[in-house]
Ligand binder design. Structure first.
Ligand SMILES: Cc1cc2nc3c(=O)[nH]c(=O)nc-3n(C[C@H](O)[C@H](O)[C@H](O)COP(=O)(O)O)c2cc1C
Length: 139
């Protein structure tokens, strides 16, 4: 079985008034479907964008990303990486989640993501380091 890690960033199309409820809905669906397909990963959100790391069997990742790509709740998806990996980084997380808020602002800030600089503009290495830092902060 070949394990793959896919990373993308996108612009959020969530309307501010519905943002909380929509984020909860996205996570609920993501965790349910990912658990069925043994997909793990990390979703990061700022008011303007998303960045997501998906890990799993190649076929499951292709199928999952195919659905995510056409979701109208975000757009301008930038595929940043799709690599074979030896082992998962987010084992046990059907989809971890972190957003930039008062608690995490410091960590996002360390990686250069302030209210002015959006997450979808960040390069791959920054997103991977940020996800690792956020994951260890909550573990
Ligand atoms: C930012 C974002 C992240 C998402 N992450 C996942 C995910 O990890 N896994 C997943 O199955 N669906 C995820 N979704 C939801 C899918 O886009 C889609 O709504 C869901 O898979 C149901 O697909 P269906 O409506 O074709 O049944 C995400 C959506 C958004 C906007």
């Amino acid at each position: 079985m070949s394990l793959v890690r896919l990373v993308y960033a996108s612009r959020s199309r969530l309307v501010e008034a519905d943002r909380r409820a929509e984020l909860a809905r996205i996570l609920e669906t993501a965790r349910r479907l990912n658990a069925e397909r043994h997909v793990t990963g990390f979703l990061m959100a700022t008011p303007g964008g998303f960045a997501q790391i998906l890990e799993g069997e190649a076929g499951s990742i292709a199928e999952t990303y195919g659905r995510i790509m056409v979701d109208p709740r975000h757009g301008d998806l930038r595929l940043l990486a799709q690599d074979a990996i030896e082992q998962r980084q987010f084992t046990g997380w059907a989809m971890a989640f972190a957003e930039r808020n008062e608690t995490t602002a410091f960590i996002f800030g360390l990686y250069g993501i302030s209210p002015e600089t959006e997450i979808f503009e960040q390069p791959l290495d920054v997103l991977l380091d940020l996800a690792g830092e956020l994951a260890s902060a909550r573990a």
